[in-house]
Design a protein around this ligand. Sequence first.
Ligand SMILES: Nc1ncnc2c1ncn2[C@@H]1O[C@H](COP(=O)(O)OP(=O)(O)OP(=O)(O)O)[C@@H](O)[C@H]1O
Ligand SMILES: [Mg+2]
Length: 392
Amino acid sequence: MVDITVGILAPGAETREALRTLAEATGMASVQLEVPEYCVLRGDRPSRRFVEANPDVIVVDMHRPQAALQALQVLNWALPQTWLFVTSTISDPQLIIDAVRAGAREFLHMPSGDALGKALRRYAEERDRSKQDRVSSQVYCVTSAKGGSGTTSVAINLAAVLSQLPSTRVALIDLNSPIGDAAAYLSLKPQYTFADAVAAASRLDPVLLENFMTSANGIGVLPAPREFLPNSRPPVEAVGRILEVAANVFRYIVVDLPPSLDKEHFALVSEMSTSIVVVLTPDLAALWRTSRLLTFLEETGARDKVRLLVNRTRKSDEISDAEMEKALKQQIYWKLPNSHSASVASNNSGKPVASLNHSELARSYKEFTYRLTCTQMPDKRRGIFGLFSSGS
Ligand SMILES: Nc1ncnc2c1ncn2[C@@H]1O[C@H](COP(=O)(O)OP(=O)(O)OP(=O)(O)O)[C@@H](O)[C@H]1O
Ligand SMILES: [Mg+2]
């Protein structure tokens, strides 16, 4: 079945023609575009043509090896999901290593239809596998318009409750930069941070990603960079790649998403998310800022994914739920109680409130998580004896 779209990058007209014929003869691929010039920089004319066409596979001819390696790097950054095949008449082991480092997935020496067909089949199999994996993985991002509202606390507790579900792997990714709090709240001393995953984004795979994570209470944590580097934003392609690789490993991915990121980042993360939890406290300043954040999320097309969570609520709050909903034109999804003692106990122990149990706040975190993720609250009473009960 012809459903793999292919782009060809080869300076020679004859090579382009030969590659087109070979690709189409496999019966699996249609050639979408042919480009004669190597890409040199992100955003130059040849790379823009590939980005616009966004083919599944690009075959790069290694006629001029150094220029081709540069082009591979550019394409790998610009189109991280596209598989890059290289073809060469030279079978030089060093060239193969360099090509793989630059992002090539297949090295086809003097390509024959058979070799190209096998490589395309491997692509199709991998694509189908990751599609199946992706369906079962869910991303929840937690954000807020005002500092100190409880974003990190909510992200950690959401991850903690999910990690208690049977056979469930959970990741917590802290996108704050510079300096995030997830690692500190969980008393972690991480060897690697999000910055390492960004630096390795082009060659990131599940093994490498897990290597960069630190395990805490059954959660794979990718902490924010330690260094104070103001105004440093990770390339949006790298963020996408990290989330995509995480989706192949973890059933749930919770993202601590700071509002300081660009619209581009927000658009990408919200596109990949099942829901966006917007945290606010019940005060006027938070209300005013949240209203602007919701307008911004509307512009990125993510408003329907918003779940409004009011944190630190008390009976004595001056602003009523109805007033908040009216001002924000958004229904309140959940309210978490204010609990100084539970939060202090959590901060002192390095354990999420929800793992410490017994407080009203812990119970509320659990109920919120089950509702948000449509999961079942485990019935503690059943326990091991439940296995022998008649059931109902
Ligand atoms: N429901 C709650 N009751 C009492 N204290 C809370 C509650 N939720 C969070 N806190 C406390 O509020 C403080 C700020 O919380 P947190 O760091 O999670 O907010 P944040 O929005 O991530 O802040 P920042 O903008 O600095 O990233 C912390 O000390 C936390 O323990
Ligand atoms: Mg925070």
